[in-house]
Design a protein around this ligand. Structure first.
Ligand SMILES: Cc1cc2nc3c(=O)[nH]c(=O)nc-3n(C[C@H](O)[C@H](O)[C@H](O)COP(=O)(O)OP(=O)(O)OC[C@H]3O[C@@H](n4cnc5c(N)ncnc54)[C@H](O)[C@@H]3O)c2cc1C
Length: 321
């Protein structure tokens, strides 16, 4: 028996959220006695990169090396994963909760006649059946979901699981999957990558600016703070609507949902729609000149002050360290 983990990649590297899924699967296998953890890699990837998946807890990586799978064609990924799951005789599939993962896992739930539980934050409670704790209402509450089906798919919430680095390199085995034209009926004709070194949805630290920044010409100071902290930059919706920042930086209910260790919000009021995208952050720091700004209620630390005075001083202090 084994647990299968579906891996996602970005530019040939396994995404950190997928490594968290591997660590979750390892702990799950120990708890349920489901044996080893096998990860599935699709598309063109570097074999040495794949071996590293072992450090997170997988003993083996099945590698379906097919360039057509490098971009996430949903139907093809679902078909390939279903085949690997069946040939492994697995009962549990683990993956990271993500936009691609959502689409693939929904199809897999049908193909495998499996129960799908998304946004999982803890190992299941086995004391009375199989009960999975998951995050709901954009991180404001938890639901405890009993799972009765034999086949299970668990999609793990970002940052909910400690990434293990204690394992050893995994063995990498090639895996052949049979895909037809139907699996590639939808085509990704081009992709536009978000600019910047650190991608916002993946970032561990985010520095975000709102309308309080007054204009795009003032973003230099936020970028400097972000680069000092090794952070990605984000913004509120009006900021991207006006065109001060690109749309892929828009954080919130209708934008990117982030879950970094640290979220620094500068000149953002803290409207509920913005908070919906950030309240899974581990630590929130708010900088706003209005002490009544709603964001302070959601903040772990707050600075009441003018961003144009606070940010340069903060950046200088961080650089000095
Ligand atoms: C259906 C719907 C969906 C939405 N989805 C989103 C979403 O996904 N994301 C999102 O962000 N919004 C979303 N919104 C918009 C949201 O309701 C707010 O209007 C928006 O978040 C406000 O952006 P802001 O905080 O940048 O601007 P403002 O509300 O104008 O706030 C600016 C803040 O900057 C502060 N400030 C001003 N000058 C300074 C200074 N010099 N130094 C420090 N602070 C200063 C002010 O005190 C104020 O708190 C949505 C709205 C609707 C109706």
């Amino acid at each position: 028996m084994a647990i299968l983990v579906y891996l996602e990649q970005a530019a040939g590297k396994v995404k950190s959220t997928s490594l968290e899924a591997v660590s979750f699967a390892k702990a799950l296998a120990q708890k349920t006695g489901e044996g080893e953890v096998v990860a599935l890699a699709l598309g063109t990837m570097d074999a040495s990169e794949l071996a590293k998946v072992g450090k997170a807890g997988a003993s083996k990586v099945l590698y379906a090396s097919d360039p057509r799978l490098t971009e996430g064609v949903i139907q093809a990924h679902a078909s390939a994963t279903a085949q690997a799951f069946k040939s492994l005789g697995a009962k549990t599939l683990v993956l990271a909760k993500s936009s691609l993962g959502d689409a693939v896992s929904a199809r897999l739930a049908i193909k495998l006649d499996a129960a799908l539980v998304s946004n999982v934050v803890e190992l299941p409670d086995l004391s009375s059946g199989y009960v999975v704790k998951r995050s709901i209402y954009t991180g404001k509450a938890f639901a405890f979901t009993p799972v009765a089906k034999e086949n299970k798919i668990l999609a793990i919430k970002k940052n909910a699981i400690e990434l293990s680095k204690e394992g050893v390199d995994a063995s990498v085995e090639s895996c052949s999957v049979s895909l037809t034209d139907v699996d590639f009926a939808s085509k990704i004709t081009s992709t536009e990558r978000a600019s910047g070194q650190i991608l916002l949805p993946e970032a561990d630290v985010v520095v975000s600016g709102g309308r309080g920044m007054k204009g795009p010409e003032n973003w230099g100071m936020l970028e400097e703070l972000a680069s000092t902290l090794g952070a990605a930059t984000g913004c509120s919706k009006p900021v991207s609507d006006i065109g001060w920042r690109p749309h892929h930086e828009h954080v919130g209910q209708t934008g990117v949902k982030v879950a970094p260790s640290l979220y620094v919000a500068v000149g953002i009021s803290g409207a509920i729609q913005h908070l919906a995208g950030v309240n899974s952050s581990k630590c929130i720091v708010v900088i706003n000149k209005d002490p009544e700004a709603p964001f302070f209620k959601a903040a772990d630390y707050g600075i009441v002050g003018d961003a144009f005075e606070v940010i340069p001083k903060l950046t200088a202090a961080l650089k000095a360290q």
